[in-house]
Design a binder for this molecule. Structure first.
Ligand SMILES: [Zn+2]
Length: 297
């Protein structure tokens, strides 16, 4: 009994030292050497380098989807406008060049954010202005033969920033929208071709006229098209005069809303779709029957 008691008391006495020594071993093991730390940092940097482009890509894809949703709402607005319109036109623009979107707002698209592509920094000042008449001042450019108020379906006001696309493209913070209107077929005065307003009847059985002999793969002259191929809206894409990243008009460049990947397009049957750069010119010619200058990069 005595022996056992002594052994117990002995072990009780030693235990704290054992614990301290074990803790020291653990602390010694947990500490990193400088080299180990550098290796860990290097691994984290490599992983971050691999992940960041993936994150950036998925962020742009989300913005592209947001843009497609905008265009879907504009597409529905265009369908409703055409149903209401006396001539059943898909837009209220005066010619193939104009991108005024006041005919959609507020009656057919009430939310102004719909006119801004999420991949841009474009902004719209919401100030209401009275409807100016006559418009445009050069009436030879008004191919509708209709006054502005008629094309606006009797809107009470206009918004100046809805009358044009943002002047500096996607980086532009000056007033303007992110979308162009393709309201006409064969819009090319320089070629003395027709400038046909896109209406429910004109697009339904349209026969392509543009003789694209220089690019036979895009020569659709004599073929018929339809509403599902005819463009009505697309991501704004003017060339940048002092911006070398946007050399081409109406062709996805690095500095355009979605870069060289492509562009969102809305068609005259109301559907919207992503069009890749590779398929862009084919879709452009089928969608507008309008001439296109050769692409340069
Ligand atoms: Zn867009």
């Amino acid at each position: 009994m005595v022996l056992i008691k002594e052994s117990l008391s002995c072990s009780r006495f030693r235990r704290p030292f054992e614990v301290v020594s074990m803790n020291l071993k653990v602390i010694k093991r947990a500490a990193f050497t400088l080299i180990e730390l550098l290796v860990v940092i290097a691994i984290i940097a490599i992983l971050a380098g691999l992940l960041l482009p993936v994150l950036a890509r998925s962020k742009e894809r989300a913005k592209r989807t947001g843009c497609l949703n905008n265009q879907r709402q504009m597409g529905i607005g265009s369908q409703l406008y055409a149903d209401d319109d006396e001539k059943h036109a898909f837009s209220g623009v005066t010619n193939f060049k104009e991108d005024d979107l006041n005919w959609l707002h507020p009656k057919y698209v009430s939310n102004l954010k719909v006119f801004i592509c999420p991949s841009t920094r474009n902004e719209i000042n919401e100030t209401h202005l009275s409807v100016p008449e006559p418009y445009p001042s050069n009436t030879s450019e008004n191919w509708t033969g209709l006054a502005y108020r008629e094309r606006l379906h009797d809107n009470d006001y206009i918004i100046s920033d809805l009358q044009q696309i943002a002047p500096d493209g996607r980086v532009g913070m000056f007033g303007g929208t992110s979308y162009e209107v393709a309201g006409y077929l064969n819009g090319a005065w320089a070629l003395n071709l027709d400038n046909i307003r896109k209406t429910q009847s004109s697009v339904a059985s349209y026969t392509y006229k543009l003789n694209n002999a220089g690019s036979p793969q895009y020569n659709f002259a004599g073929q018929t098209g339809g509403a599902s191929e005819m463009w009505i809206f697309y991501d704004a894409d003017d060339p940048g005069i002092s911006d070398g990243t946007r050399p081409n008009n109406d062709y996805p460049d690095a500095g355009d809303n979605h870069g060289t990947a492509g562009s969102n397009v809305t068609f005259c049957d109301g559907h919207s779709a992503w069009v890749t750069q590779k398929d862009f010119l084919r879709s452009w010619y089928r969608g507008t029957d309008e001439s296109h200058v050769p692409v340069s990069n």
